[in-house]
Ligand binder design. Structure first.
Ligand code: F0G
Length: 462
């Protein structure tokens, strides 16, 4: 008998596990009590009551042994810590920006950037809003305008670069307001609220051309720039043989500066920065960081945090790391698609986004379907997800709710934390909840904080 030739070769993560964190297993009764005392908001659960935590990929990464060793090299001097210089070298070498201002996390950088660049009444175009980014723009007197392509608002559209910017929308804003009213365009990589969708380099290059013509800056939200580079490597013509590191460097080279939440791509639990090429902006930002974060060589972080970030930046740019990181997200997404679960497609970089409008068509958007679905998934299995729909979108300046087209539940995958077996358990839970979806009811909001309400709002079942 002829021997069977095996052609399929599996791959696995490019690391092994050195230490584990034990989890508490809970009963459905326990979880029902927990979610009800959390006001049906997964942000208000105690992490102890969670089995698999997919709330966010922010600060939830597992650091490597090299990063943990780096913590011991923390130089906790108030000024001029050696770890600051290590981070500065890494930012210059891997991202190419000239000047660095460390901040405690991404929103610290957004605050300083917005205060430095935005004047009352300015317009800030961006490829879809992000909660903290838009709020800091508004608090500085700016008005956010969404210029992402229309395809991004459709969870079934298979466009390979749904993070792309519609240049016609940008041109229309320039025509309407004048370039002098637009201090910069905020470009996010793997657009979070669109489902982790990438922007292509072709699109960014075209935007660069347009902005140079009008003297408008591009500021990158580079929070997930390496994940964006992975999609460029896989999908964009001419980039299949380029490394993630080279694509990231090219991406940054097309912009004037960036805000970074290092809690995502850069594989740390806390940290961020603002990086710019313009010396004048740098000098103002470096002065301002002293007011809001701390001295310009630590920006609200300990020396050891700066060291872990410098090491994490380098690790995040390895092709093997990124293939496994996004590979795990795609593994989960494909299982859910096979099970018939309505999710945002193409599968994004940092998580799976369930389309709650299609999952719970009987719940009106004003009754918070994504919030209700996140609570139901937690109750079923202890898997914690988060709402990215009408609650996250908040209210306009005139008090009206934003009703975003996308009403999503995000299953965000922390980096280097969970195994394939965890992905299987998650799929089984979602499948079960889908089978009983008709029983899930909407919610009523009973407490609403003024800013970023999704973090602390409370609900009760209708
Ligand atoms: N920009 C993007 C695209 C983000 O996803 C985040 C955070 C920030 C900026 C702000 O950074 O949290 O360090 O202050 N996103 C987290 C999330 C909170 O769960 O998506 P931060």
């Amino acid at each position: 008998m002829a021997k069977k030739i095996v052609t399929k070769r599996s791959w696995a993560e490019p690391f092994k596990i050195k230490m584990v964190e034990l989890l508490k297993m809970t009963t459905p009764e326990h979880r029902l009590k927990a979610i009800s005392s959390a006001g049906y908001n997964t942000f208000l659960l105690r992490s102890e009551d969670v089995y698999i935590d997919l709330l966010t990929d922010s600060g939830t990464n597992a650091m490597s042994d090299r990063q943990w060793a780096g913590l011991m090299l923390g130089d906790e001097a108030y000024a001029g810590s050696r770890n600051y210089y290590h981070l500065e070298t890494a930012v210059k070498k891997f991202y190419g920006y000239k000047y660095l201002v460390p901040t405690h996390q991404g929103r610290g950088a957004e605050n300083i950037l917005s205060k430095c660049l935005i004047k009352e009444g300015d317009i800030i175009p961006g490829n879809m809003y992000f909660t903290t980014t838009r709020l800091h723009q508004e608090l500085a007197g700016g008005i956010f305008e969404d210029v992402i392509i229309d395809e991004a608002h459709d969870s079934t559209n298979l466009h390979p670069f749904k993070g792309n910017i519609d240049l016609n929308k940008v041109e229309a804003l320039i025509k309407k307001h004048g370039a002098s009213k637009i201090p910069y365009i905020c470009v996010a990589t793997t657009v979070n609220m669109a489902g982790g969708q990438p922007i292509s380099l072709e699109n960014l290059k075209a935007l660069r051309k347009l902005t140079l013509k009008h003297g408008i800056k591009i500021i990158l939200d580079m929070t997930r720039v390496a994940e964006n580079a992975y999609f460029i490597q896989q999908r964009e013509k001419g980039y299949a043989n380029k490394s993630i590191a080279a694509i990231v460097k090219e991406t940054c080279s097309l912009t004037d500066g960036a805000t970074m939440s290092a809690k995502k791509d850069a594989l740390v639990n806390i940290g961020g920065f603002l990086a710019v090429n313009d010396k004048k902006v740098f000098e103002e930002a470096r002065n301002m960081v002293v007011i809001y974060e701390g001295l310009h060589t630590y920006g609200g972080l300990a020396g050891r945090d700066l060291e872990a970030m410098a090491i994490g930046i380098e690790e995040s740019l390895s092709d093997d790391h990124m293939a496994a990181r996004v590979g795990q997200v795609i593994y989960l997404g494909e299982k859910l698609i096979d099970a018939g679960i309505p999710i945002v497609q193409p599968i994004g970089g940092h998580g799976i986004f369930i389309d709650a409008k299609r999952f719970l068509p009987h719940v009106k958007q004003a009754q918070f379907p994504a919030q209700a679905l996140a609570a139901a998934i937690y109750t079923d299995s202890g898997v914690r997800t988060m709402e990215r729909g009408v609650v996250s979108a908040g209210r306009k300046a005139n008090g009206e709710n934003y009703f975003p087209k996308l009403e999503l539940v995000r299953l965000t995958i922390p980096r280097r934390v969970y195994t394939q077996a965890h992905m299987d358990v998650i799929t089984e839970s979602i499948e079960h909840v889908y089978s009983i979806r008709k029983k899930i009811k909407g919610l009523q909001m009973v407490y609403e904080p003024k800013y970023l309400r999704f973090f602390q709002a409370r609900f009760k079942p209708l």
